[in-house]
Design a protein around this ligand. Structure first.
Ligand code: EPZ
Length: 417
């Protein structure tokens, strides 16, 4: 199991390209199940979660081949409708295949996706929404037996929470349902818009993605399309955290500035200067960050829960106290115990984490236990005194493409051991 050895107190400089968005690529790969012909997906990040989704597609009978950053997918020969537990468990996001398999084959059998490191990850909203479209779903012995014997039919769906995955599941399934579906209280994340853009290129009729109500007019079939995945706003926020915590100036190439609306003001409040051009973000950090009064994670367009951990790592050595409130996931503070081993002072009470800035952290061995927690530990290691050995790199590789090489290209002293 590889680990990362990071020598601290290295200033970063230069520019780095932002990879394609993991949370856009994953639902789009599932959505290709509904299409006929070859799809060309550009700017698709090389991630273990993407590989896991391609493995599911191949198991179902689809073809997925990668050349560089481009994924070629065709699902003409899809012949299965069940996904084995071994493949379901590789990534939480595999639940988004439910709507796609159901819409493509009229039935689906997959194991109940378990919880993960950041919480129990229930799927009640997915199931009640798909039942609203006419699916019959039975849950027994950890397996979901789903069928739509008379096809799926459009319905009015209202989500009790703007769940990203539930919105995607329903949107995909509704594209081939008979009649019109409306999703109220839909998630508004940029990845929802990217999925809608891709499906509309395939002939779907989806309106209002990115707003609270999405309307989908069902069509009889979808053709394939070429699509470029949007840049990953969480990876962009992570690079910004790495630059902020090391007093550096870097340029992010290819970031989508409009997706960072809740993130940029937080870095500015911490004392960073952020200058924007149409697809680049330049961040210039002060010698030492100021604390940020309050960071509440919220559904988009609020501050993204996925950026909470890396940003918390950056505030550990800020001057003053920063308060985080994690409103989205139940167990997303697991990086705190490891940051404390590096000298951070963070007190938690339920959803609230209070970070008391210290003059500096010191390197030691730490263990990542989830994807964004791994990014947080690397962020902290970059400014710590001495070397830090980070284990659990497999979590990092789920969502960050060659993160160690990207940081090394900015001047960090980081290597896989
Ligand atoms: C997506 O997860 C992302 N994953 C997550 O990114 C992201 O943190 C999350 O959206 C919120 O933005 C992908 O897109 C692959 P939700 P998802 O459904 O769809 C509860 C990362 O680090 N909920 O919006 O699972 C749920 O437990 C990952 O890249 C229900 O109660 O998120 C959570 O507390 C982590 N019932 C809240 O809603 C349901 O049926 C938000 O979940 C569904 C969700």
């Amino acid at each position: 199991m590889s680990k990362l050895l990071i020598a601290g107190r290295q200033r970063l400089a230069g520019e780095v390209c932002v990879q394609g968005a993991k949370n856009s690529a994953l639902p789009i790969i599932a959505a290709t199940l509904l299409t006929k012909g070859e799809n060309v997906i550009f700017n698709c990040p090389r991630l273990s979660d993407v590989e896991a989704s391609c493995a599911i597609l191949r198991y179902l009978g689809g073809r997925a081949a990668r050349t560089d950053g481009t994924l070629l997918i065709s699902c003409d020969d899809v012949c299965r409708s069940e996904i084995p537990d071994s493949l379901m468990r590789k990534t939480r996001s595999s639940i988004v295949f439910l709507g796609a398999v159901l819409a493509r084959t009229g039935r689906a059998r997959l194991s109940f996706p378990g919880g993960c490191e950041i919480g129990p990850r229930p799927i009640d909203m997915h199931l009640s929404a798909l039942r609203g479209l006419g699916a019959e779903i039975e849950e027994k012995y950890g397996v979901l037996e789903c069928s739509a014997p008379y096809g799926l039919r459009g319905a009015k769906i209202s989500l009790s929470f703007p769940s990203v995955g539930a919105t995607e599941d329903v949107m995909i399934a509704a594209t081939l349902a008979s009649g019109t579906t409306t999703i109220s209280n839909a998630a508004r994340e940029p990845e929802i818009c990217d999925l809608a853009d891709y499906l509309n290129k395939c002939g779907a009729k989806i309106y209002g993605a990115g707003e609270g109500v999405i309307v989908i007019d069902g069509v009889t079939s979808l053709h394939s399309a070429a699509h470029t995945i949007i840049p990953d706003r969480i990876v962009a926020a992570t690079f910004m955290s790495c630059a902020a915590v090391t007093g550096s100036e870097i340029v992010l190439k290819g970031a989508m500035v409009s997706h960072l609306g809740a993130v940029i003001p937080v870095f500015e409040e911490s004392g960073c200067r952020v200058t924007l051009s149409d697809r680049d973000v330049r961040l210039t950090a002060p010698q030492r960050l100021h604390s940020v009064r309050m960071i509440r994670t919220m559904p988009y367009p609020g501050f993204p829960t996925d950026a909470q951990a890396p940003l918390m790592a950056a505030t550990c050595t800020a001057e003053g106290t920063t308060v985080f409130i994690e409103n989205i996931f139940e167990n997303r503070y697991r990086h705190i115990a490891e940051l404390a081993r590096m000298g951070a002072i963070v007190r938690t009470e339920g959803k609230v984490a209070v970070v008391e800035g210290v003059p500096g952290l010191y390197g030691t061995s730490v263990e990542a236990t989830d994807l964004r927690g791994a990014a947080a530990l690397i962020t902290a290691a970059l400014c710590a005194e001495g070397d830090t050995l980070v284990s659990g790199v497999r979590y990092l590789e789920r969502g960050y493409e060659n993160f160690d090489l990207a940081l090394a290209s900015l001047g960090a002293d980081i290597k896989k051991v």
